[in-house]
Design a binder for this molecule. Structure first.
Ligand SMILES: Cc1cc2nc3c(=O)[nH]c(=O)nc-3n(C[C@H](O)[C@H](O)[C@H](O)COP(=O)(O)O)c2cc1C
Length: 153
């Protein structure tokens, strides 16, 4: 049962599961806050659906020297020119800090694209090294809390 009347979607892309684990943490935290939340794979999802939501969390992996997920390219393109000014969003994702200058770069690319939609960013990017650890759960919880604050304003 949702108690906040807020709706959220968590859209992720994954190859080996780390980013789905990040998405699952966000889903759990949102549900615990009473938000009605839907989890979707980026390749199975349309950015237009974000127009119906209060909150969105985008969770892409990064590949090949800072590249976007292959299965997220259409989603990324379709975000362009969307008007999402009623949406609050957060961006989180798992990469590998071995890639140094390219670490989690897909998050920055999505952030730039989301900024063009007029949506309001809840808080800073949450970059996660490989599988999410307890400290990452705490950072994700901070992002979720910030999004719930931002949506009230
Ligand atoms: C060929 C290859 C290229 C990668 N390139 C990057 C990169 O440029 N930046 C980065 O942060 N991580 C990079 N990674 C690491 C993945 O993003 C990381 O393992 C991530 O946790 C995978 O997410 P997933 O389990 O959801 O698929 C790369 C991994 C592979 C196998």
């Amino acid at each position: 049962m949702s108690s906040s009347n807020l709706t959220a979607t968590v859209v992720f892309a994954t190859i080996t599961g780390n980013n789905e684990a990040v998405a699952d943490i966000l889903v759990k935290q949102l549900e615990e806050a009473g938000v009605e939340v839907e989890k979707a794979e980026m390749s199975q999802s349309e950015p237009e659906d974000l127009q119906e939501k209060d909150l969105a969390f985008l969770v892409p992996y990064t590949y090949d020297e800072g590249s976007l997920p292959d299965e997220g390219l259409d989603y990324f393109d379709d975000l362009k020119n969307l008007d999402l000014k009623n949406l609050v969003y957060g961006i989180a994702g798992s990469g590998d800090n071995f890639y140094e200058g390219y670490y989690c770069l897909a998050l920055d690319k999505f952030e730039e694209r989301m900024q063009e939609t007029g949506a309001k960013e809840a808080g800073p990017l949450v970059r996660i090294n490989l599988y999410p650890a307890k400290r990452d759960e705490d950072k994700l919880a901070t992002l979720v809390d910030a999004s719930l604050e931002a949506v009230k304003k």
